[in-house]
Design a protein around this ligand. Structure first.
Ligand SMILES: C[S@@+](CC[C@H](N)C(=O)[O-])C[C@H]1O[C@@H](n2cnc3c(N)ncnc32)[C@H](O)[C@@H]1O
Length: 310
């Protein structure tokens, strides 16, 4: 417990049952104006107790162990200090995976589950696709592709060596599917070995795309890695770099899948078409906002290529 919290007399009592701890944590979160205080408190007590769902409900009346109290206390203090719940728990669900996450990587977002789905659909159209996840962070997209697409060979890259350490830990938990994943450090496509030139069937990325002057929620600004978020005055610097380099790496008919801000869709469609991609399409996220752009490489001769989406 922090000095401040002890002084306030709200240190958790080691003789309490899990149910009592749950009430105390809920009250502390409510006092700290944390949205969904009860739900978050439950996540934390579940995580510390190692029980979930019905098992957790059955364990609520047993006395908490000293270790559980210490863990709940530490996690509660971090959350009350404003750290995102996902980092406090140290893991977060993404599609079928339970990913380790900490402040070295962006917290995987629900909208990125759609990005991964679009990439998985594209990969399933190819017998043994080569898929590259550029800027993999925790590995959310690339590892999901490997997990859900049994014949995919995945390269997951990042410029941040710290992010790659997290991706490596998550890769270790992937079991046999992990044998089809390689991690590589470097700047976008530059991380890939030359023998992939012209052979990439799906290039997927959720790159930084926040404009320099766009405000971010304070918790995002404070806790999540800045290098994962902002990308120049219009938020498109990294997307421009990726699209400019992509033609050299794509296989004929290969798909590019880019997550971005809904306001950037049209500009990205233009960039893709100018680079020689065809048939740009926009997909909405789970909240119905335009979020993912896809296009194909080299399917149509230039004369038949459409202008851009919308
Ligand atoms: C928005 S985060 C996405 C992380 C993860 N793919 C996800 O969707 O949760 C962008 C990622 O791109 C990485 N990145 C930033 N600039 C890069 C660059 N020039 N080359 C490669 N990766 C880069 C960051 O380190 C970060 O992990």
């Amino acid at each position: 417990m922090t000095d401040g919290a002890s002084a306030a007399g709200d240190e958790l009592d080691a003789t309490l049952a899990l149910r009592d701890l749950l009430s105390e944590v809920t009250a502390r979160f409510a006092a700290a104006a944390i949205d969904g205080a009860e739900r978050e408190a439950r996540w934390i007590v579940e995580e510390a107790s190692g029980h979930e769902g019905p098992e957790f409900a059955l364990s609520l009346d047993r006395p908490a162990t000293e270790r559980e109290v210490v863990r709940i206390d530490a996690m509660t203090a971090r959350r009350v200090a404003g750290e995102p719940l996902q980092y406090v728990l140290g893991r977060w669900a993404f599609r079928h995976l339970d990913l380790a996450v900490d402040s070295r990587v962006l917290i995987p977002r629900p909208e990125t589950e759609v990005t991964a789905e679009v990439a998985i659909d594209a990969a399933r159209r190819v017998a043994e696709p080569i898929v590259v996840d550029l800027g993999t962070g925790s590995g959310a997209i690339g590892l999901s592709v490997a997990w859900e697409c049994r014949h995919a060979h995945v390269w997951a890259t990042d410029r941040s060596s710290e992010a790659l350490e997290v991706a490596r830990a998550n890769l270790a938990g992937l079991g046999r599917a992990g044998a089809r994943v390689r991690l590589a450090a470097g700047d976008w496509f530059g991380a890939l070995p030359d023998d992939l030139v012209g052979r990439v069937d799906v290039a997927v990325s959720n790159p930084p795309y926040v404009r320099l002057d766009d405000p971010l929620p304070p918790a995002v600004e404070r806790w999540e890695p800045a290098a994962a978020l902002r990308s120049g005055a219009d938020g498109l610097d990294d997307i421009r770099s990726i699209i400019a380099a992509a033609p050299r790496w794509m296989s004929s008919g290969g798909a590019i899948v880019l997550e971005a801000d809904p306001r950037q869709m049209s500009a990205i469609g233009d960039l893709l078409v100018r680079a020689g991609f065809v048939d740009p399409q926009v997909r909405p996220d789970l909240a119905g906002r335009e979020r993912v752009v896809t296009a194909q490489w080299g399917l149509l001769p230039p004369a038949q290529r459409g202008p851009h989406p919308r």
